[in-house]
Design a protein around this ligand. Structure first.
Ligand code: ADP
Ligand code: ADP
Length: 233
């Protein structure tokens, strides 16, 4: 579902590539965890899936990234938006409307989803994420965990086959993190969504993962691991 073939990314003026020679495959319907120290290129790798790297970030991408068979060199991010949802590190940076309900509807408007379907998907997503009691709340009044769920929900209403998340639990306390991870697990198991997420607190998320990708150091090739092996340690 997601494939990287010999992918290297070099930002302008950077002394060395942010990613080098990355080969990996994330099969459909798996939850894949990307781990590694800060600055190793995790956000760059994630951003390459919806084409934000290099189309929005500058820099040069070599090799090939394909998502659901579409090559990100020839498909702009908006031509991938119907298959890939992307949730960045800062939920606040996502929000373009005032209330929870409006935010869930927003992403569908640019995809031309019919109004009846939009309304139904908003209701489904409010229920799925436990956000129904908060539907009319201004986003500015929500807790961190609630905001993160709204950010995820705003992407889910587009029914992406692939969901990419950059440290979605990093700002959350353990209970809120559990809520978000439970939602992601349900997406994978019940809807067959493919999830690729970065996380630095491995112990928090490894039990949810089907595959582990470790970026050990800048420019190094990724190491593909088995989460069961990590849990056994
Ligand atoms: P991580 O997510 O693992 O912390 P990043 O992908 O954010 O790693 O960064 C990898 C390297 O690329 C770092 O050296 C970072 O400073 C650099 N970098 C990231 N984004 C940009 C950008 N838009 N322009 C220039 N350099 C960048
Ligand atoms: P519509 O596409 O008109 O909204 P449905 O809501 O019935 O129709 O959903 C169509 C298909 O999408 C169903 O197979 C359903 O399981 C699946 N689906 C529902 N929610 C999601 C989601 N968040 N992500 C991916 N697929 C979903």
């Amino acid at each position: 579902m997601i494939r990287f073939e010999q992918v290297s990314v070099t930002y302008d003026d950077a002394p060395r590539p942010a990613l080098q020679g990355v080969d990996l495959t994330v099969p459909e319907g798996e939850l894949c965890l990307l781990v590694g120290p800060s600055g190793v290129g995790k956000s760059t790798l994630l951003g390459a899936v919806p084409g934000l790297v290099p189309h929005f970030t500058g820099g040069t991408l070599r090799g090939r990234v394909t998502v659901a068979g579409r090559d990100t060199r020839t498909h702009k991010p908006r031509e991938l938006a119907d298959v890939v949802g992307w949730v960045g590190q800062d939920p606040l940076a996502h929000f373009v409307t005032d209330t929870v309900e409006d935010e869930l509807a927003y992403g569908m408007e640019s995809l031309g989803v019919p109004p009846d379907t939009m309304r139904r998907r908003v209701e489904e997503t409010l229920d799925l994420l436990g956000l129904a009691p908060l539907r009319d709340r201004p986003i500015a009044t929500l807790s961190g965990g609630q905001r993160q769920r709204v950010a995820i929900g705003s992407v889910l209403t587009t029914h992406p086959r692939v969901l990419v998340l950059d440290e979605p639990t990093s700002a959350l306390d353990p209970a809120a993190a559990e809520e978000v991870l439970a939602v992601l697990q349900r997406l994978v198991h019940d809807l067959g969504t493919t999830v690729l997420m970065a996380e630095h607190r491995l112990e928090r998320v490894v039990q949810y993962a089907d595959q582990l990708i470790l970026l050990p150091s800048p420019g190094a090739a990724p190491v593909i691991g088995d989460p069961a092996g990590v849990m056994a340690v």
